[in-house]
Design a protein. Structure first.
Length: 94
């Protein structure tokens, strides 16, 4: 049995400790024009949210900011950082 097969078998039988999912969204203004796009990445473990990251993009898919939320200390009130690359501003709770 090759190294690759052993690695595959060991990964196949390793129980899932955490799960990562992604979704996307588009924000529109009241006239239906796209304002920005977003990509959400959620990491959970045993049905508990661990981390949530949102990446923001302009209409040309250029990154314009992010929001990183960490739920490890408190499942209801995350430690978070929001950064707007256009304004070079950061806000958050640590």
């Amino acid at each position: 049995m090759s190294y690759f097969n052993l690695l595959f078998l060991s990964l196949s039988f390793t129980p899932a400790l955490s799960l990562a999912t992604t979704s996307t969204g588009i924000a529109y203004n009241s006239k239906g024009k796209i304002i920005y796009k977003e990509k959400h990445s959620l990491v959970t473990k045993k049905d508990k949210i661990l981390n949530l990251e949102t990446l923001y993009f302009d209409i040309n898919n250029k990154p314009i900011g992010y929001l990183k939320s960490d739920f490890n200390q408190n499942p209801y009130v995350p430690v978070y950082t929001f950064y707007d690359d256009r304004l070079k501003k950061e806000a958050g709770v640590k």
